[in-house]
Ligand binder design. Structure first.
Ligand code: B12
Ligand code: SF4
Length: 468
């Protein structure tokens, strides 16, 4: 038998030690576990975005899940009414997630924590897109997902040598994603303000490339997915946790149906376990009746679809190749025939918009009995190609207004006053009592009815000035 002599640890063999091993070594050497404060800030927007029931912040929960393996975590969701402390002396690291609409708040927390000598980390869509701007409010910015830079970041933290930017050269496959630990959110005093829908992720990225969307800028053309068994295992875990087979899941994916084969297999498997689910989805192959049938059978009760516009020129101008106007009605019919309600997103403010666009949208919604129409204003988000194109025409750069409910620029086709009057009128017409009845009659008595009545109350108070 051959014996192998153990080699002494030389400089060259030491450098072969994996970054994960180095990190574990540093963790073992920690005298006390560093204390992290993770914050989901509330935005300053006046619109109904961060109020009422809110969804559990999967992004920050995923950050907490990783951080919690090595450090102590305190989790604050300001949208639940929890307050961010003035004094951060109990913490080593203050880490904040931010989209554009709450960036101002995130920055003010970052500034305060920096003044108190804390390590401040900013992450999420806005700091990623504008990392130059964000870096003046923190120690480090995390570009995109934390999973792909975690080993490097945690190692640097333990060595006391943080870099200003963590940007992965390569995205990790999704198998590296840990099952999110929801106890961080569910342990909150006001956790009952969270929607009962459990956020879940099966895929990441979207190669479609719409010029107003942040996803292609952050993750490029990549599209990654988790093993279907892992997604199902996570669903079963929650079924057991809440003691209910028909647990309600909300997919947070950018474009879950992008790979039809993966999506259909996932649905087929989901149909065997008795859950309910909803998702944002692009309509690319929902015109096929068998897909809608399978979606219904797998427990889907609501799909959120970005119809965006009824104007073919507009659809072309935003490079939304998945939307074909000729398919809109077929898609709606297929979903309705399978008991799936539709949250339809419609955007206004494109240069091609005219008074006729409002009428066309109203007619489409009423004729097709869209259950939950949502109207937003075109908002060029910083860092996207669309933002660069529109910059000279944008009316404000106050990030609190980037909630898609503020009037960002005057469309070429009509004056601002007429435009906003029509925008308000459309919403009030669609949510009038009689219109609700026409759209909703005969549909299951559930939260969608309730949402319509809330929208009836909300839209009655709307004025064009609210959007300025
Ligand atoms: C699902 C979704 C929703 C859901 C759920 C939102 C929620 N509460 O989580 C619903 C439908 C409710 C929704 C609503 C809205 N959304 Co939305 N949404 C998404 C979507 C498709 C996925 C978000 C998600 O959860 N992804 C999964 C998580 C795990 O990934 P993640 O968020 O990227 O988080 C990772 C990293 O960013 C990083 N990270 C995140 N935070 C932090 C913090 C720290 C400290 C660190 C280190 C790292 C880190 O690590 C995380 C884990 O990997 C994104 C697109 C996208 N890819 O971001 C748009 C997106 C976030 N939404 C957008 C918008 C505009 C909205 C609305 C304003 C739309 C509207 N008119 O209602 C509202 C605002 C809601 C709100 N209060 O924030 C924009 C935001 C643009 C911007 N620059 O701010 C996006 C980017 C889409 C786009 N147009 O480009 N949304
Ligand atoms: S299809 Fe949706 S997720 Fe994909 S690039 Fe367009 S807006 Fe973004």
């Amino acid at each position: 038998m051959q014996t192998v002599q153990a080699e002494p640890l030389t400089a060259s063999s030491a450098s072969a030690i994996s970054p994960e091993t180095v990190l574990q070594q540093l963790v073992r050497e920690q005298k006390t576990r560093k204390k992290w404060l993770l914050i989901q800030p509330k935005s300053g927007t006046s619109m109904m975005v961060d109020s009422g029931t809110v969804s559990m912040p999967l992004n920050l929960i995923m950050v907490a899940t990783l951080v919690g393996q090595l450090f102590e975590v305190t989790f604050i969701d300001e949208r639940l009414g929890e307050s961010v402390p003035e004094d951060f002396s109990g913490y080593d690291v203050v880490a904040v997630t931010s989209r554009t609409l709450n960036a101002t708040k995130a920055y003010s927390i970052g500034d305060r924590a920096l003044r108190q000598g804390k390590t401040v980390i900013l992450g999420g869509v806005h700091p990623t897109m504008l990392h130059g701007e964000a870096s003046s409010h923190c120690t480090s910015v995390v570009y995109g997902e934390i999973e792909s830079v975690w080993t490097e970041l945690a190692t640097d933290l333990l060595r006391g040598r943080m870099k200003p930017l963590y940007h992965a050269t390569e995205l990790k496959p999704m198998e590296h994603m840990h099952r999110p630990d929801f106890s961080y959110a569910l342990g909150a005093k006001n956790a009952k303000k969270y929607s009962s829908r459990i956020p879940i992720l099966a895929t990441k990225g979207c190669p479609v490339g719409c010029n107003f969307c942040t996803t292609p800028t952050i993750y490029g053309k990549s599209f990654r997915y988790r093993e279907i068994d892992l997604v199902l295992e996570e669903m079963r875990y929650h079924q057991e946790r809440i003691g209910k087979k028909n647990a309600n899941f909300s997919f947070m994916d950018d474009n879950i149906s992008f790979r039809p084969k993966y999506f259909l297999t996932l649905l087929e498997e989901m149909s065997k376990i008795g859950i309910r689910w909803n998702a944002n989805i692009s309509m690319n192959f929902l015109d096929k009746p068998e897909v809608a049938e399978l979606a219904g059978r797998s427990g889907c009760d609501l799909l959120s679809i970005g119809f965006e516009s009824l104007n073919p020129e507009t659809i072309k101008s935003v490079h939304k190749g998945s939307n074909r106007l000729g398919n809109y009605e077929t898609v709606v019919r297929n979903l309705h025939q399978n008991g799936i309600a539709i949250q339809g997103y419609f955007m206004f403010g494109f240069d091609n918009d005219s008074e006729e666009s409002f009428q066309l949208t109203y007619d489409f919604i009423m004729k097709n009995r869209i259950e939950f129409p949502v109207f937003s204003l075109v908002t060029p988000f910083p860092g996207t190609p669309y933002f660069e194109e529109m910059k000279p025409r944008i009316r404000h750069f106050d990030w609190d207004k980037y909630d898609t409910y503020h009037y960002m620029f005057e469309p070429k086709g009509m004056g601002g006053e007429t435009f906003l009057k029509n925008f308000v009128k459309l919403q009030q017409e669609v949510y009038k009592g009689r219109a609700i009845m026409r759209r909703m009659q005969g549909k299951p008595l559930n939260w969608v009815w309730l949402a319509n009545f809330m929208m009836n109350r909300f839209t009655r108070r709307l004025t064009p000035e609210i959007y300025l």
